[in-house]
Design a protein around this ligand. Structure first.
Ligand SMILES: C[S@@+](CC[C@H](N)C(=O)[O-])C[C@H]1O[C@@H](n2cnc3c(N)ncnc32)[C@H](O)[C@@H]1O
Length: 254
C-alpha cells in the first residue's frame, strides 16, 4: 500500500495544527527560497507560499501519488520527486521546512548537519517530527509484525527509534546555529470511529509495512494490528478515543 493522500488528509485538522505551531515560531522575515521536505499532499507547502508570497517555494517528496495530488491542487508551486537522504538543493535555502517527515530518515546527526549546511546565512531550519515511538500505537505494530508468517518479511523494516533526545539535537545544532529553539508538545488527541488509532497509523507508520506484504497477508496483518490497538486504546465513556501524541519541534537559525 503506497502513501495515500486522501486517507492521509482524513485527520487533517490534527495533523495541521503542529505545522501551524511550527510556522508561527519561524523568525525569517523575507525568505527568497523555501524548501518543504517531505511535503506530502502539499497543503502545508501552499500555506508557506501564502505566508511568503514572493518566495520561490518547492515541495520535495519521494511519493509519486503525494506529488500528483500536490501538483493537481497547487499547480503554481514547484514539486520535485527526490529521496531526502540524497537531496541537495541547487542553491542555498532561506527556509528549510519539514513537518512530520524527517523521522522517516535514519542517521540524524549526518542529516541535520547537512540540512544546516544547505541554509543560506541567516536561513532557518524548521522541523516538526512525531516522537511517539514508545506509544502503544507503535508497539502494537511491532508486536503484530512479529506475530505471524510475515515476521521475516517485516523484520528488516522495523526501524529502531530514529529520533535523538532533545538535548542531543541541541548539542548537535548549537555549535552550527546562532539561534536555536527546541520544544516538545504532547497533544491529547480526541478521535472518533470504530478503531480510529488504527485508521490513523494505517496512513503513516503502517504504510511501508503493508507495502512490503502480498495482498493476502496485508489483510491478516492489519487485522492482527487492529485487534491489538483496539485493546490498547479503549473508548472513553462518551464513545470517543484518546490518542496522546508527542511531537518534537526545532527552529535553528544559521
Ligand atoms: C506524514 S507525511 C507528511 C506530509 C506533509 N509534510 C504534512 O505534514 O502533511 C510524510 C511524507 O514524507 C515523505 N517521505 C518519507 N520518507 C521520505 C524520503 N526518504 N524522501 C522523501 N520523502 C519522504 C512521504 O512520502 C510522505 O509524503
Amino acid at each position: 500500500m503506497p502513501w495515500n493522500p486522501e486517507q492521509y488528509l482524513a485527520f487533517g485538522d490534527l495533523r495541521l495544527r503542529p505545522a501551524l505551531e511550527l510556522m508561527a515560531r519561524i523568525p525569517t522575515q523575507e525568505p527568497q527560497r523555501i524548501a518543504d521536505l517531505g511535503c506530502g499532499p502539499g497543503h502545508i507547502t501552499a500555506l508557506l507560499a501564502e505566508r511568503w508570497p514572493t518566495a520561490e517555494v518547492t515541495g520535495i517528496d519521494q511519493s509519486r501519488p503525494m506529488l500528483d495530488r500536490a501538483a493537481a491542487d497547487f499547480p503554481v508551486l514547484s514539486w520535485v520527486e527526490a529521496d531526502l537522504a540524497a537531496w541537495r538543493p541547487a542553491e542555498p535555502q532561506d527556509l528549510i521546512f519539514s513537518n512530520a517527515a524527517l523521522h522517516w530518515l535514519d542517521d540524524h546527526p549526518r542529516l541535520f548537519r547537512d540540512l544546516v549546511a544547505h541554509l543560506a546565512p541567516g536561513g532557518t531550519l524548521a522541523v516538526q517530527m512525531p516522537n511517539n515511538f514508545a506509544a502503544p500505537s507503535h508497539r502494537c505494530a511491532y508486536a503484530a509484525a512479529a506475530a505471524g508468517p510475515w515476521s521475516e518479511r517485516l523484520a528488516p523494516l522495523l526501524r529502531p527509534e530514529p529520533l535523538l533526545a532533545p538535548q542531543d539535537y541541541y548539542a548537535l545544532l548549537a555549535p552550527l546555529c546562532g539561534q536555536l529553539e527546541i520544544w516538545q508538545t504532547e497533544y491529547l488527541q480526541v478521535i472518533d470511529g470504530e478503531n480510529p488509532v488504527a485508521d490513523w497509523t494505517r496512513t503513516s507508520l503502517l504504510v511501508p509495512l503493508l507495502e512490503a506484504l502480498p495482498l493476502a497477508w496485508q489483510a491478516e496483518f492489519e487485522a492482527e494490528y487492529r485487534a491489538r490497538v483496539a485493546a490498547a486504546y479503549p473508548k472513553t465513556d462518551d464513545g470517543r478515543t484518546l490518542f496522546p501524541f508527542r511531537r518534537l519541534f526545532m527552529i535553528a537559525r544559521r
